[in-house]
Design a protein around this ligand. Structure first.
Ligand code: FAD
Length: 453
């Protein structure tokens, strides 16, 4: 007998999980609360909405994000295929037109006969039904309480559940025709790859003026400021700036390798803008996530050369990021240790990033589909990117657990020591992919072509 699967959340992880279940012949009930109830970050009712940057990270061969994407491609990821279909120029990165991407995913999922869509906020998880919880960093409050209940032993206080969160922030977006193109230039760092980024060059005077305005601008919820627990790799610019006058010049405003063709010189600092959509009518300020008050934000950002008259389509914002303590709660097949029919996927299971969320959705879909036909789910091998990501979230120190992106640090070292970094990474990728192919054979999966028009 094939048991139906319930998936809660049709974001990145939930949409991919639903597709993986359906392509294995399993009936899915996909529950999405939008538009009935929205989140503070989503703006549409579409599935798989990208709420901030439009980048799915590096596509350069033998980098860790590439390896994860390559494994996903081999495993037949729907969302990755759609992303390639909606790609916009972004140098070495895979970036997408976010509207086309979400619309296409929604269309494909909606026309799949095995996927039944329910637009409703889910507040209860039935432990005996195969369920994938993929409600993301902005999981609704009622469901968060339910997850806390499932994470505690009977009689324990759910308020003390190993259930965590931190704060994260998003970057502003400007309209392309409000950028003064006479002051900016297109370039790729070190002239590598195509010159897809718009660079706003700053002299030392420009930088000083910008810096002083930034550190004196008002943040939203300023009194809460000290209490906020930020994710280190996604700090707001004003927080980076507070760490020292030059910290931004060594971070998101690093000018190295970005020679200005008009002057032949490297500027003192640079703000980079990345294309947002296929029409190239909007750009996001790379690494400029912040939580300044909107009025102050406009004043500060308009001090950037080229953005004096910028029109903002979205301002930087701050948001909560909910995730569970996976090392305590999950097995290496993303099942709850105490409720084996309940699986977690996406940002809530402790991965960080779009691609990692899609990847864990794919994996939870594969495992849930196995459970539905009474098969034992088989975890991916440790040397693979999938295996390493899942190894991290299930084996990290639970006391200091923080969500992670895929990096080579998560992959196991090779048996032989190779000093050359590039060669070492190439060999790690080669090993990972050969092991991944064997695993795909073992579980009987192929990258079935997906017809996209
Ligand atoms: C504001 C913000 C900015 C981010 N920026 C980036 C970025 O630039 N780059 C990056 O790589 N990652 C970013 N992330 C992190 C992460 O990659 C994204 O949040 C990603 O969308 C996570 O995918 P997901 O599938 O886990 O969750 P989501 O894509 O958020 O999907 C979860 C879905 O569950 C639904 N839902 C929630 N509760 C319920 C319920 N009770 N019942 C039914 N449905 C429910 C939501 O409406 C949503 O559609 C950001 C996160 C946030 C919140």
């Amino acid at each position: 007998m094939i048991l139906p699967i319930r998936i809660i959340g049709a974001g990145l992880a939930g949409s991919e999980a639903a597709w993986q279940c359906a392509r294995r012949g399993v009936v899915v009930e996909l529950c999405e609360m939008r538009p009935v109830r929205s989140t503070p970050a989503h703006q549409t009712a579409d599935f798989a909405e990208l709420v901030c940057s439009n980048s799915l990270k590096s596509d350069s061969e033998n980098t860790a994000p590439w390896l994860l994407k390559e494994e996903m491609r081999r495993a037949g990821s729907l969302l990755l295929e759609v992303a390639r279909h909606c790609a916009v120029p972004a140098g070495h990165a895979l970036a997408v037109d976010r509207n086309t991407f979400a619309a296409k995913v929604t269309e494909i999922i909606s026309r799949e006969p095995l996927i039944h869509i329910k637009r409703e906020e889910i507040t209860r998880i039935e432990e005996t039904q195969i369920t994938i919880v993929a409600t993301g960093p902005l999981t609704s409050d009622a469901l968060s309480r339910e997850i806390a209940r499932l994470s505690t032993n009977p009689g324990e206080d759910p308020g003390a559940a190993p259930h965590l969160y931190f704060y994260d922030s998003i970057s502003p977006i400007v309209e392309a025709d409000s950028i003064d193109m006479s002051k900016v230039y297109l370039a790729a760092r070190y002239d590598k790859g195509t010159a897809d980024y718009i660079n706003c060059p700053m002299s030392q005077d420009d930088y000083d003026r910008f810096y002083d305005a930034l550190v004196s601008a008002q943040s939203v919820e300023e009194r809460e400021w000290e209490k906020l627990n930020y994710f280190e790799s996604c700090l707001p610019i004003e927080e980076i700036a507070r760490r020292g006058r030059d910290t931004l010049r060594f971070g998101p405003m690093k000018p190295v390798g970005l020679r200005n063709p008009r002057t032949g010189q490297q500027p003192y600092a640079v703000v980079q803008l990345r294309q947002e959509n296929l029409r190239a009518d909007s750009y996001n300020l790379v690494g400029f996530q912040n939580h300044l008050k909107f009025g102050d934000q406009a004043l500060v950002l308009r001090l950037i050369p080229g953005l004096e008259n910028a029109r903002f389509l979205r301002y930087g914002q701050i948001h909560r990021n909910t995730y569970i303590n996976s090392p305590t709660l999950l097995t290496d097949t993303l099942q709850m240790k105490r409720h084996s029919q309940v699986l977690f996927a996406g940002q809530i299971c402790g991965v960080e990033g779009y691609v990692e969320s899609i990847a864990t959705g794919l994996m939870a879909g594969v495992h849930a589909a196995a459970l539905s036909v009474s098969n034992e789910p088989v975890p991916p091998p440790r040397p693979t990117a999938f295996g390493s990501l899942i190894h991290y979230i299930t084996k990290a120190d639970p006391r200091r657990f923080q969500p992670a992106n895929i990096t080579f640090d998560l992959l196991p070292p090779l048996e032989t020591r190779i000093r050359d970094r590039q060669e070492r990474h190439r060999r790690q990728c080669q090993l990972a992919l050969s092991q991944f192919d064997k695993w795909l054979d073992q579980i009987g999966t192929t990258a079935a072509p997906i017809a996209l028009k």
